[in-house]
Design a protein around this ligand. Sequence first.
Ligand SMILES: O=C(CO)COP(=O)(O)O
Length: 268
Amino acid sequence: MPTSASPSFTTRKRWVIGNWKMNPNLAAAKNLTQALITELSTTPIQQCQLAIAPTHLHLITISSLIQHANIPSKIQLVAQDVATQRHTGAFTGDISADLLIDAGTEWVIVGHSERRTLHHEDEALIELKLRAALDAGLGVIWCVGETLSERESGQATAIVTAQVTAHTQLLSIIDPQKFILAYEPVWAIGTGRTASPEDAQQMHATIRQVLSHIRPALNETSLLYGGSVKSDNAGLLAQCPDIDGALVGGAALDADSFLQIAKAFDIA
Ligand SMILES: O=C(CO)COP(=O)(O)O
């Protein structure tokens, strides 16, 4: 069992969050949501909060399905991106945090490696997005992670620490209830190559120490692992003391595999 940076008792929440990326069309997104609701109405997940992140276009429809679902614990709704500008205005193509809230969204993913790489989002832009989201009242699922060359050259810890400490000022005032951090090594995303439970645990323990050092209240931050999480590797990840859940891409597109991952994390 990997070593822990955590106290033996914790109030940290467990989360399993499906990032659907630019995948299901509207019919498939509705079917996937309905399949989750149907399964959860008979087999509830109790210790682990579930959330899904459809494309912006589908948020209102999926929000309505979730709101009307008769299940013990509501599935929370996550957006995949947010504008740096909080309010309405002349920002063609952008979607503000206020508009996301209007559509029923409670959380937003910020700093995902696909945004960092494909859209050249740097720490300054990520900070603007984090602040815009938090100012509006959204929670943030903030992603960090190193590339393969950074890991192979022994820089993984330094890179991830730098990604977190770039926002020390914000972290010193952030509402811990509105903050989830996801460690997603870039080389593990969509590759089928997941980090070993030992490596993932070690990085999570480091992140927890960095956060606690910035502010003791952040010791209770939920830290999620992301990167090729599947039903067959979730069990071992869930046993790591500093891994509080998973941010799931490909395996979240199938209701059964997503719920199997959720069940692996559905432990007290
Ligand atoms: O990027 C991810 C979640 O945000 C992980 O994607 P995969 O689970 O497909 O590797």
